[in-house]
Design a protein around this ligand. Structure first.
Ligand SMILES: *Cc1c(COP(=O)(O)O)cnc(C)c1O
Length: 466
């Protein structure tokens, strides 16, 4: 329905009038054509498990056909059938500046022209590390290629530095598909209701203590019982993988203090929140204000600028345990890749205070509109916020942990999701995910979202029987 031609930013008038017509019909007659995406999905399923290379992309929780995206620009995605969508996934976080930012594109093109990988130290690695050190409390950074590798390496380092084995994590926090971290891991694991430990050795799962989030008593009890054996506690700086469930005031400070008291390391996973929730990530919301620092941190998503780049970092004395300085081995053929680090560096340099102010204001406008329309339609919901990140739970009452996140009306969400999609708004295909905006979400993008809300709220109300 949003044809490639109708989208043209230069010709907003025709796009707007097209949208007005859509609104009349969209509640009853989805007009989006998906034949080309469907054909690709069939081909994909013949050669790839579930047709996708990361489970949450498969639409399993909401039904229907995942769209094959062929191009993206600013706040917009275009699929193989020529439909345009306002993107509220932003590649699950990375695209802070929006898609195909011209300055990032130019930096990447320049890097590619100089060759794509040398297996030697390069300049952009150093500059990106300096940028991360400047924005966060870490003193040393090691680059890897995915957030999973970052958390895996941080845990190995914590175990090597402490000489202990146990890892404490929270139910609903996702830290990548690392064996000891997959237990009750939120995100795709929660969306698909798969047991988080299939394929994970019992010995690895046994090294992991899983606690309810925001529960100080559970943390105290775990450390009282197992304290001398705990290498580290890992938590999302502000969880976004069970939907957005912020830490209660002082909770992260309490975790840092508890770890210190027991000689364990506090790992703050900022793969999602880093350079996204605020300029200083999730730490900017509490640690920077309260004056504490994690021992180790992990980063990914935004700092890769849309390329496979991630990092872990921390205090210099701890990071000195890593090879070649110390005995904890960790390596990667493409770690610190010059194209990826150039993209990340360009992205962070462009992520100015104005960008974060824009993200804040845009997220606020969208949140308010979603809430208003769901309320009008009588759909129970709660909107939760962490800096520029937010998500909408289809239930009454605040969500403080994974058990509460699980008690939401996923059928109502699926109906809401599909109505939005039919009207040209691409939300995460799961009720357990944060919604992401970018610097490129302008008035037109926001208006498209707002225009789609009445029909989507109605669809949710009908599906939920409200
Ligand atoms: C996305 C994510 C990861 C895993 O990163 P990948 O690059 O997908 O491996 C780890 N931790 C958190 C908090 C994440 O959101």
């Amino acid at each position: 329905m949003h044809s490639r031609d109708a989208r043209g930013h230069a010709d907003w008038g025709s796009f707007a009038s097209l949208r007005d017509n859509d609104r009349v019909t969209s509640a009853t007659t989805p007009t989006t054509t998906t034949a080309v995406s469907q054909a690709w999905f069939e081909r994909a399923r013949a050669v790839t498990p579930g047709g996708v290379n990361s489970p949450v992309r498969a639409f399993t929780a909401v039904g229907g056909t995942p769209r094959f995206i062929t191009s993206a620009s600013g706040a917009w995605l275009t699929d193989a059938d020529g439909n345009d969508y306002v993107d509220l996934i932003c590649s699950w976080g990375p695209m802070l500046l929006g898609h195909a930012h011209p300055d990032v594109q130019a930096a990447v093109a320049g890097a590619v022209a100089r060759g794509t990988s040398y297996g030697t130290p390069t300049e952009p690695e150093v500059e990106l590390a300096e940028e991360i050190v400047a924005r966060t409390p870490v003193e040393r950074v090691r680059f890897v290629s995915s957030g999973t590798e970052a958390t895996m390496s941080a845990i190995r380092l914590a175990r090597g530095a402490t000489g202990r084995d146990l890892v404490v994590k929270f139910a609903g926090c996702y830290h990548g598909h690392v064996d000891p971290l997959l237990a009750e891991a939120g995100s795709g694991v929660a969306t698909l209701a798969v047991p988080g430990t299939s394929g994970v050795p019992a010995t690895a799962a046994a090294e992991t203590l899983v606690l309810p989030y925001n529960d100080r008593e559970a943390v105290r009890a775990a450390f009282a019982t197992h304290g001398p054996r705990i290498a580290c506690l890992i938590t999302e700086a502000s969880p976004g993988n069970m939907g957005v469930v912020p830490p209660a005031p002082g909770f992260n400070a309490f975790l840092a203090e508890t770890c210190r008291a027991h000689g364990a390391l506090f790992i703050s996973d900022e793969v999602m929140t880093g350079f996204r929730a605020t300029a200083q990530g999730g730490w900017g919301l509490d640690g920077a204000v309260e004056g504490w620092t994690p021992d180790l941190m992990t980063f990914g998503k935004v700092m890769g600028g849309g390329f496979p780049a991630a990092a872990f970092g921390g205090r210099a004395d701890l990071m000195a345990h890593l090879a070649p300085e110390g005995p904890v081995y960790q390596a990667g053929t493409l770690s610190g890749n010059p194209v990826a680090t150039t993209a990340g560096l360009a992205t962070l340099r462009l992520a100015t205070a104005e960008v974060y102010a824009h993200l804040d204001a845009t997220a606020h406008t969208i949140r308010a509109a979603v809430s208003e329309h769901l309320q009008v339609a009588g759909v129970p919901h709660v909107v939760q916020v962490a800096g520029t990140m937010f998500s909408v739970f289809f239930r009454d009452g605040a969500v403080r942990d994974f058990a509460e996140a699980s008690r939401q009306d996923t059928a109502a969400y699926a109906a809401f999701f599909h109505s939005m999609l039919d009207q040209g708004v691409y939300l995460p295909p799961s009720a357990y995910e944060a919604w992401f905006v970018s610097a490129a979400h302008d008035d037109r993008a926001v208006q498209t979202i707002i225009d789609a809300l009445p029909a989507a709220a109605l669809a949710a109300a009908t599906a939920g029987g409200y």
